[in-house]
Design a protein around this ligand. Structure first.
Ligand code: AKG
Ligand code: FE2
Length: 264
């Protein structure tokens, strides 16, 4: 991949992603708060390109409205269905898969660039990060139209990278909590924390990203959701997903749930 292209895509002026002092500062911020938001990370011309392609591919998106628990796991019969382990929330947004995205898209140039990969590995303190082996899961473009949402959940991966492509003027807000689980929080306390979020008893934080904004988020221990879109605009966002080991595929059952098909 041509690293020179990256100069025309990423806002290096505000974000010197290969400069040691800047990297250290962002790493500390990610470590301490679990969230880093970089406004105007991708330059406007590339965002126009990404937005046009995303809109033209909305008709290929897979929408599979479903109910799931916050752990994104099948029910644990040890607990009642209304228990925080099992209580269902709704998700209805759709997405397109990596194989449907143009190989020359700025999204792919960013995702595959060594500079970007080194930046993400450093900030998230991973020794190395790798694309998915399957052809569907590395970059996904998510769409949420009026009334569509993503319910409360913990991510299975330790960090998520999103790029806002088209923000909406009402609803479609990213809401998140402090870390509510992890090695310092016992199981009973964790379930109490989850229950408090589901019943609106916890302080919720919000972050509103605009087109071109990159978000690095530690969603493994912090619950998060996207509220229902409440206007006729479409919320469009790219998720850039990596693994800490090479050669990993998303499971076939997860591929069926999220994409309605598998990569063969
Ligand atoms: O759409 C977003 O802003 C968040 C997406 C998300 O949390 C996820 O894909 O796990
Ligand atoms: Fe998530």
């Amino acid at each position: 991949m041509n690293e020179d292209n990256l100069k025309n895509i990423i806002n290096f002026k505000d974000y010197p992603i290969n400069e040691a002092n800047w990297l250290k500062k962002i790493q500390n911020q990610f470590d301490e708060t679990g969230i880093v938001s970089l406004e105007n990370f991708v330059l406007p011309e590339s965002m126009d390109n990404i937005k046009k392609e995303s809109l033209s591919k909305l008709n290929h998106a897979y929408f599979n409205p479903q109910e799931h628990n916050v752990y994104l796991k099948s029910e644990d019969i040890m607990y009642p269905s209304e228990h925080p382990r099992n209580k269902k929330v709704k998700s209805s947004k759709g997405c397109i898969t990596d194989d449907l995205i143009n190989s020359l898209s700025p999204l792919k140039i960013i995702y595959n660039s060594c500079k970007f990969i080194d930046f993400i590995s450093f900030v998230t303190k991973q020794e190395s990060i790798h694309p998915y082996k399957d052809k569907l899961s590395s970059i996904n473009i998510h769409y949420a139209r009026r009334g569509e949402e993503l319910g409360w959940h913990f991510d299975n991966s330790s960090f998520a990278i999103t790029l806002m492509i088209n923000e909406v003027s009402r609803g479609g807000e990213f809401e998140y909590t402090e870390p509510l689980r992890g090695s310092l929080i016992n199981q009973a306390k964790e379930f109490e924390n989850v229950s408090n979020v589901l019943y609106g008893k916890t302080e919720i934080k919000k972050i509103s990203m605009k087109s071109g904004g990159l978000l690095l988020f530690n969603g493994k221990n912090s619950m998060h959701r996207v509220t229902k879109v409440d206007c006729d605009e479409i919320r469009i966002l790219a998720v850039l997903a990596y693994n800490d080991k090479p050669g990993v595929s998303l499971s076939k059952s997860a591929q069926m749930t999220f994409y309605g098909r598998t990569d063969g």
